[in-house]
Write a protein that binds this ligand. Structure first.
Ligand code: DQA
Length: 150
């Protein structure tokens, strides 16, 4: 648990690669998972990688990892802009939280410019494409003072 990063993906991210590829690219969520696992492994960490379209499921995973894990990387999808419940769950966390968006939400519709999740996040990434997840894993490793084999 102490060496595990929880990586959470919210609604519609199961369709990554098929969903609006002009915005989110052609890589699948499976590809992202593989990238995250390789990056974490280089720092001696492991990854628990999940996706759900259900708000309550995301909250339950946050509760499981809120204390004692290496950290949480979360792309909450559209819940970013709507979910006070996910914000409240993240606010209970004692581990670092990296909020990660594939697209640059600030360059898009006005309703995507506000994030409830950012109020609880340690750091926020947006517009790095799927590489943002790798950067998020690396940042959590950095916060732990780990030297990577990369
Ligand atoms: C997203 C941006 C959100 O606005 C959107 O609802 C998503 C994906 C991103 O990764 O860029 O589902 O979080």
């Amino acid at each position: 648990m102490n060496d595990t990063i929880l990586i959470l993906n919210g609604p519609n991210l199961n369709l990554l690669g098929k969903r609006q590829p002009e915005i989110y690219g052609h890589e699948t969520l499976g590809d992202v998972e593989a990238l995250c696992r390789a990056e974490a492994e280089a720092f001696g960490l492991t990854v628990d990688f999940h996706q759900s379209n259900a708000e309550h499921q995301i909250i339950d995973w946050i509760h499981q990892y809120r204390v004692g894990s290496a950290g949480i990387v979360i792309n909450p999808g559209a819940f970013t802009h709507t979910s006070i419940a996910i914000l409240d769950a993240l606010a209970t966390c004692e581990v670092p939280i990296v909020e990660c968006h594939i697209s640059n939400v600030h360059k898009r519709e006005a309703f995507r410019h506000h994030s409830y999740v950012s109020l609880a996040a340690t750091a926020v990434l947006a517009g790095f494409g799927t590489h943002g997840y790798v950067l998020a894993v690396r940042h959590i490793s950095h916060l732990r003072g780990l030297q990577g084999q990369v």
